[in-house]
Design a binder for this molecule. Sequence first.
Ligand code: SF4
Length: 455
Amino acid sequence: MDEAMPLFQCSGSSTFTKEIPQDNDEEPPSNLVSLQNVVQKPQTIFTRYHQPGIILPFPGKRTPRTSIKTKSFRRRFFPLVADKQWNDWHWQINNRIRNLSQLERLVVLSDEERTAMDTLTVKLPVGITPYYLSLISPDDPSSPLRRTVIPTIHELFRAPEEADDPLGEEHQSPVPGLVHRYPDRVLLLALDFCSTYCRYCTRSRVVGHGALYPTRSRLEKAFEYIESNPQIRDVLISGGDPLTLSDDRLGWILAGLRRIPHVEIIRIGTKIPAVLPQRVTPQLVKMLRKYHPLWMSLHFTHPEECTPESYKACSMLADAGIPLGSQTVLLSGINDRLETMSELVHHLLMMRVRPYYLYQCDPISGSSHFRTSVDKGLEIIRGLRGFTSGYAIPTYVIDAPGGGGKIPVMPNYITGRDGEDWTLQNYEGNEFHYPSPSHHGLPSFGPDPVIFADA
Ligand code: SF4
């Protein structure tokens, strides 16, 4: 592959071929042409946005292609943008909302948001696809999806227990962009670009900074490291978001890893099906299916992300034989209610996505307003277990600060122990006794075996 292979293969004739963008150019430039027709201040019609916009694609019923929210948003702010453009992922990336003047045309900002957008010197840039912005409430700063992508001044406060790299990834990085924490698997950071930046991102010290590029030279060093460590059988490609790479570049990375004989499985970590489902194209899935066994960890946060577009994207990936799991970060005031989490995990199962991990929010700098108590996470898991399908229940984990890895935390269902026997509590709070197998050895049956009386 040539070093100048495009990062983003754009529609039309232009192609981004720069390998190392210059300062302030870490991402494709926003194109404001389509914003010229927007009305300056959102008006009261936004009451419509508070109605649930999610329509489930139940079998046998006609599946809508989009939600009411997205339709209304497009009609109001992008009336001249044709379906073909709106559904083109390059258009979505090129028209991301990245600064105060763009955002205030589309959303009524609170003082806390405006100040943050105006003066913020936080590490993480702002970037929101028009599609994802169509899902947020334009006039309620406390609404869940809005809080995940629009910064507030709370990001400026750093609590004593917080750190830029709480998981100690920098100390476990043998070559740039590769984290080797567990013996048999590595994390390969392909790039630092995301189509939409989550304000609670664990890697906010890296993503969006324009310092980590998917260059041939850097990635080949990572391949060499993996090749020289035969115990590595599992590679997770993350970032940034690997699905923002062009098909060619991502295919080149996958092919490079597949050439290493001891790499058994490859995983891709991505939020694309939630923030830019238009990226999941027939061409992409055709390319991906060449590199099985390939798994994907998707990042869903809230049921409002489970739109017809997301359903379609997940279906295409699942139809390509890619097992899908979701990693969800537990976030205060966003998804820390049992009802919200139940709704999310049920949507995920319908989308053929297995809820995989529920993460306790890492103590990254400026994350106090997102973090919940561990008790809250335990309460949610207890509220799910037994009350819904086992497949719907993620493993609740705390990624140990300092680099200790993921530690599962579970509500305690063991209420007593008598020798080898156990007393357990079920989901309804009732106690049961479990007798362990006898340790006196198997009885000798002789020529006539004992038959149980009721056999
Ligand atoms: S998509 Fe992932 S890497 Fe990108 S900002 Fe969100 S959490 Fe961070």
